[in-house]
Structure formats: C-alpha cells, structure tokens
Design a protein around this ligand. Structure first.
Ligand code: FAD
Length: 590
C-alpha cells in the first residue's frame, strides 16, 4: 500500500493513512472534556432520574429537558458563533452525543433537533435565514424537526409525494402532503420539510409551527424510544413564504442527503456512549451476581461477551473519532457567513459519505448485538424493566433502520466507491492493479500487505474487481454480493482506525498497560472480521463463478490473503480483556 497524501472520502481503501492525520479520543483538549462533563452531569442530574416519566411518553417533559439543555449550550455545539452557537469542533460535538446517549430517547430527540433539523439550514440556508432561525434553535428557544419520510417513501426518499406549488404572486409556495415518523413533531417550532415543486423539483422548506393547514397525527406506538415524539405531519394547503425555501428549487436532495451523512455519524458517536454504559452495567452485574458459588464474571462465556463488547467498542470509538477529525478538517475551513458557504458545506458533508455509512452500519449492528448480549449477561433480570439493558435493547433497534436502513447504506457505500472510481475522483483502478499484483510472498508476517487492514483492503478491491467484471452495470442487482463486499470495506476502515489510534497512543506515550489492552482489543476484532471476510469472499467468489470463471491467480491470491495469517489465541485475549474491564469497572480506555 502506498502512503496517502490526500484525504478524499473512500480513499482510505487505496493506501496507508498516516497516524499524524488521525484524530483520536486521546487528542481531546481540556475545554472539550469540560464541555463533555457538562453534558454528562446534565444527563445524570436532570435526565436519567426522570427515565420512568420519559418512558411514559411525557413529551412535555422532553421538550422542557431540551430547553434546559439549550440553556447550558448543549444544543449549540455545531452552530457557528456568528449565529448564536458555540462553534465547537466536530469531535467535541461528537463527544457530546456520546455523553448524552445513555438515555436514548433524550439522545434521539437531541440528535433530531441539533443535527437533522438544524443542519439543512446551517449548510444550505442563506445568511438571512441563518440569522433569523439559528440563534433560536441553538439556544433551545425553538426546537426543530426534519420531515423527509412519507407513508409510501422511506429508503426511496426521492419518490416523496409532498408537493409545493408557487403561487401566481410568486411570493408563497403552497405545500400539500403527509410526512411520516417525524421525531420531535409534538413540540417542534420549526419543520424542515422536503417537497417537490410542481411534483418534480425536490426542494427543502422551513415551515413554522402554527402555519395554517399544518396539523399533526397521533403519536406512534413504538417498540422503543418511547420518550420521543413520533408523529405524522400533514400539510393541507400550507403557505410558505419564498424566503423560507432553502437553496434553489431542485436542490433539496443535497440538503437531505448531506444532513443524513452527518446524522449517521452523530448517531454512532452516540452509540459509543451507549455501549460504554452497557459495558459498565454488565461488568457491575457480572461481578456481583453469583451462581455455582462464583461471580458469573469468572465464567469464560461471560468473559467472552464482556470482552467482545469492550473490544468492538474500542474499534468503533477509534473509527468514529477518526471520521470526526476528517470532517473537522473540511468544516473548520469554511466561513459560515460567506455567500459560498452552502457550496463549501455541501462539498464537505458529501465528501465522507462512505465513511459516515461505514460507522453507521458497524456502530448500529454492534449496538444491537451488544444490547442483546447485555440482556443475556443479566439473565432473567435482563428481561425485566428493572435493569437498563431491556430499554437499551428496544431503543437501539431503531439505529439499524433510521437515517438510512443498513441494507441501503451498504448498497450506497459500494455504489459511491464505484462512482468515484469511474469518475477518477479516487484511483480505484491503480489500487486494484497493485492489489492484483500481490502474491503469497507479500503476506509474510510483519509485512505491510499482511496487516489485517491491508488484507481486508486487498480483499475488497479484488472482490470488487471480479464482481464488476462479471456483472458490469448489473452489479447493483447482485445485492448479496455487494453487501458482502461492503462488509469487508467496513471492516477495513474500522480495523485500520484502531491501528492508527494505537500508533498515536504509542507516540503519545500513553501508559503501556492501556496500549497493551488496546492491542488485545484490536487483535480480537481483527481476527473476527478476517474470519467473516474469509466467508464473505468465498460466498462472493462462488456466486461470481456462476457467471464468469475466476482467474486462477486471483483465486490463489484470495486463498493467500486469508490462509497466510496466524490467528492469535483469542480465548486467552478475551479473558485478559474481560479481567481488565472488571478491574476498571467498565470500559478500560476512558
Ligand atoms: C422512531 C422513528 C423515528 C424516525 N424519525 C424520522 C424523522 O425525524 N424524519 C424522517 O424523515 N424520518 C424519520 N424516520 C423514518 C426513517 O428514516 C425510515 O423508517 C427509514 O428511512 C426506512 O424507511 P421505511 O421505514 O419506509 O422502510 P423501507 O424503505 O420500506 O424499507 C423496508 C426494508 O426494505 C429494505 N430496503 C428498502 N430498499 C431497499 C433496497 N433498494 N435494497 C434492499 N433493501 C431495501 C430496507 O433496508 C428495510 O429493511 C423515523 C423512523 C422511526 C421508526
């Protein structure tokens, strides 16, 4: 792999990223940590004690908590100072999401307001629109919602039916249609609404609460996130001033998709916090619960679960903050008041759509598996409302569906990489050529090509190559093949992120024992994702071979990729890591 000198989205697949370019949780400043403490204390003092009431669907309480959060600046992180916000860097905003997650209903309400409701305005609004609304949204005086989904359009958001027609006077659009699943609908003062002008030009509008013709459906009865408000929002000849159109007609899809990229990233920053809270509860419970005369924490199968949650959370955290740093590099150079700001924001928010999708899939699936295992660690008690895992399990389930269902995110990830490769935006062709030229000898222990992440990158490039040459334009129809390749791409990014973080930890001379358990965590996850990738590669090759014979050199290369590695003693590693989690009372890297 060649060293990367650029940082385009998806380019991580083409070469080696340098640790110096990577943001890690160890890089937070004292100010960022202080802000995070404010969020943590607010959650502990004001939100968590009211969980029972929140779970009873008290949306007035939720609105009240949001306004309190606003008074503390917790809604203002991403809003530039010029518009009444704190203008914090992207990693600090992510850290706040992490700290707020242990009450997931509150966290989702917070995210729906501060990311998906605010971002379309922040990224694509005019200076005047931002001056008018952002200070109110940053302070919590106003709360917001994001209205994209409809009864018949979810993943296929662009097939929305809501229509906007410009009045003959040219001053007002008239909106008609129904939006569905709208988080914060009960108390939102501002609705960011996507509608098609004349049934074709997808466009974003800002609609104020109380506008005649806007009405709400009843609250949905949901599996989890019971403290959030989720309603239909109906538009019956709702007049919206032309001044409240965001950007030009026909550009609403940029506002929607760029916002969802950032939403995916923020949701998974939240997942890091939720996973750490689960781990804390699991460890606490496993240490005190005795069966067969011993704490269950001493049993190998329980240690396995604890170690898996810890190891994979470490890897997710590394990937989330690496991405936070990448986003920050782009966002921090934008002047939010300039007339070029929307174009610059658009480019920045679009750039890392592959990486945002990667953390979305990895984080939400990890959260699901871990919440499930947390219930198992708690046994029958885990199946009751008395202990936190039951609520966490119900709540987190949304993350695999919301802001882009994972199936669609996987497809988009590969589609985007192929598109960027074809347009020359990333040099996929050259990287694939280099990957195909590798031989068994290149995978010697300690070789560059033999690192877990480079094996995964090579596998992804080679499989993408053989699948593309077998199916050509029909590749998107082979969804199972695409999803297998997507999983290998995802594994490559997250495993590399952990390795880069460890390199930075070593350079910063963090305590050797912290580095040692980081290395254990990375080994555990690498072993597991390489084993899954091996199965995935086999599945893809078997399928592709039905259409086009696979070159024997490629077959040999794939065999070498997965068979030339030495597996560590993962059982021993898991036991060590679980022990460290028990000693630390939870996540050992905080
Ligand atoms: C609690 C909650 C809060 C929400 N909040 C908001 C909000 O504030 N604002 C908002 O606009 N929306 C919101 N949503 C909607 C959410 O974004 C959608 O549910 C999501 O985008 C999926 O759309 P859908 O439910 O219509 O499922 P569908 O799109 O119908 O998908 C159903 C299944 O089919 C799969 N699928 C769809 N297309 C493909 C394909 N091409 N290939 C393979 N599989 C495919 C999906 O992955 C999924 O598994 C919320 C939803 C919930 C449940």
């Amino acid at each position: 792999m060649i060293p990367l000198t650029h940082a385009e989205g998806g380019a991580f697949l083409l070469g080696d990223s340098h640790p110096d370019r990577v943001f890690t949780p160890e890089d937070f400043t004292a100010e960022s940590r202080m802000m995070a403490r404010t969020a943590e204390e607010f959650l502990a003092r004001e939100v968590l004690p009211k969980t029972a009431q929140i779970e009873q669907h008290d949306t007035d309480l939720m609105a009240c908590l949001m306004r309190q959060a606003g008074e503390l600046g917790l809604l203002a992180a991403d809003v530039p100072v010029e518009y009444g916000g704190l203008g914090l860097d992207v990693p600090t905003g992510a850290l706040l999401a992490e700290k707020l997650n242990p009450q997931q209903s509150f966290a989702l309400t917070h995210e729906a307001h501060s990311v998906i409701a605010v971002m379309p305005l922040l990224l694509f609004g005019s200076h005047e629109q931002k001056l008018k609304y952002l200070p109110k949204l940053a302070s919590g005086e106003w709360l917001g919602s994001f209205c994209l989904s409809e009864p018949d359009s979810g993943s296929d958001a662009l097939s929305a039916q809501t229509k906007a027609v410009l009045d003959p006077d040219g001053e007002t659009y008239v909106l008609n249609g129904t939006k569905m699943w709208i988080t914060n609908a009960a108390f939102a003062d501002l609705f960011t609404v996507f509608a098609k002008v004349d049934g074709s030009r997808f466009t974003a509008f800002l609609v104020e609460r109380g506008t005649p013709g806007l009405s709400l459906g009843p609250e949905e009865h949901k599996l989890g996130m019971k403290g959030t408000s989720t309603r239909r929002v109906m538009f019956d000849n709702v007049g919206v001033p032309v001044d409240n159109r965001l950007g030009a007609e026909g550009t609403g899809h940029y506002a929607a998709f760029c916002t969802l990229n950032l939403g995916r990233f923020k949701l998974e920053a939240g997942a890091v916090g939720g996973l750490k809270a689960l781990l804390r509860q699991d460890v606490e419970y496993a240490k005190q619960r005795k069966q067969f005369g011993r704490p269950i924490a001493e049993f190998g199968q329980i240690q396995h679960k604890i170690a898996e949650i810890a190891a994979r959370t470490f890897v997710l955290e590394s990937a989330v903050y690496r991405l936070a740093g990448m986003l920050d590099e782009r966002f921090s150079s934008i002047d939010p008041t300039s007339t070029d700001a929307p174009a610059a924001y658009h480019a920045a928010a679009e750039e890392y759509s592959p990486e945002c999708g990667i953390v979305k899939v990895f984080g939400s699936e990890l959260y699901s598996e871990s919440a499930d295992e947390s219930i198992q660690i708690h046994g029958g008690y885990g199946y009751t409302e008395e202990f936190p895992p039951a609520r966490a399990w119900r709540d987190q389930r949304l993350l695999r569906i919301g802001e882009g269902a994972n199936e669609v995110v996987r497809l988009n990830l590969i589609n985007t990489l192929i598109r960027r490769g074809s347009s020359g935006r990333i040099d996929l062709g050259d990287a694939t050529k280099r990957a195909l030229a590798l031989t068994d000898a290149d995978f010697a222990p300690d070789s560059e090509a033999g690192t877990p992440w480079n094996r995964l990158k090579t596998a992804a490039l080679v499989l993408l190559h053989i699948a593309s040459s077998a199916y050509g334009q029909r590749l998107p129809d082979e969804q199972e093949v695409v999803a297998c390749i997507a999983d290998i791409v995802i594994a490559a990014f997250v495993v590399e992120s952990a390795a880069l973080r460890m390199a930075r930890m070593a350079a910063r001379r963090v305590k050797p024992d912290i580095l040692e358990i980081a290395s254990i965590a990375a080994d555990i996850v690498a072993d597991q994702v390489l084993a899954s990738a091996h199965i995935g590669a086999h599945t893809v090759m078997t399928r592709v071979a039905q259409t086009k014979p696979i070159d024997s050199a490629v077959q040999r290369l794939v065999v070498a990729l997965f068979f030339s590695r030495e597996s560590p003693d993962v059982i021993g590693l898991r036991r060590q890591l679980a022990k460290r989690c028990c000693e630390a009372g939870g996540y050992p890297w905080d």
